[in-house]
Ligand binder design. Structure first.
Ligand SMILES: CC(C)(COP(=O)(O)OP(=O)(O)OC[C@H]1O[C@@H](n2cnc3c(N)ncnc32)[C@H](O)[C@@H]1OP(=O)(O)O)[C@@H](O)C(=O)NCCC(=O)NCCS
Length: 150
């Protein structure tokens, strides 16, 4: 069994989340370097965005990372929204993402949220995530629409 700890990752420790977040968002300019990620965390702090991670024993870098925020929705009330969730490829299949979802669920309850929400893409690269979410008791409740404005 893999020994792990779960905890918040403060902005000054952003570098420990970078490898995982870069696997999820390789093209994002804010995953280009530790400074870029720190700048993103500073930019989004007023919006409530923050990181949490799973750490395997003896490892400084997070094996899995979630980015999340608390928001208020007319239809759902106070809600914990998960922007990002990823496990580094070499650490998958050890229960880290499942443990992180359980941590987020507990955090949402601690923060007095009524619901937990996330969006997930529909391609084959997200099928493992979809199994995870459905097994964790999340339901598919919406289609997400978007278009670029540039
Ligand atoms: C989706 C993702 C986050 C799952 O991370 P993970 O840490 O591997 O997830 P878990 O280990 O908790 O669960 C994965 C599988 O391993 C299984 N598992 C969990 N612990 C296990 C263990 N100790 N031994 C064997 N299998 C185990 C789970 O049952 C699950 O099985 P399934 O694939 O049949 O559903 C990961 O695949 C990932 O980062 N993918 C790319 C990014 C991505 O899609 N992110 C989601 C964006 S919406």
């Amino acid at each position: 069994m893999t020994v792990r700890t779960l905890r918040s990752i403060p902005p000054q420790e952003a570098a420990v989340a970078l490898s995982a977040l870069r696997e999820l968002r390789p093209q994002a300019r804010h995953t280009a370097s530790p400074d870029a990620l720190h700048a993103f965390l500073t930019l989004t702090r007023p919006e409530g965005y923050r990181l949490a991670g799973v750490f395997e024993a003896g490892q400084a870098e997070a094996a899995a990372v979630a980015g999340y925020r608390v928001m208020h929705l007319l239809h759902a009330g106070r809600t914990l929204y998960v922007d990002d969730l990823v496990t580094r490829s070499q650490a998958r299949g050890r229960g880290h993402a499942g443990a992180l979802l359980a941590w987020l669920d507990a955090e949402a309850r601690r923060l007095d949220c009524a619901e937990l929400h996330l969006d997930s893409g529909v391609g084959p690269q997200r099928f493992a995530a979809h199994r995870l979410y459905l097994n964790a008791g999340l339901n598919i409740t919406a289609h997400h629409f978007a278009r670029a404005l540039a």
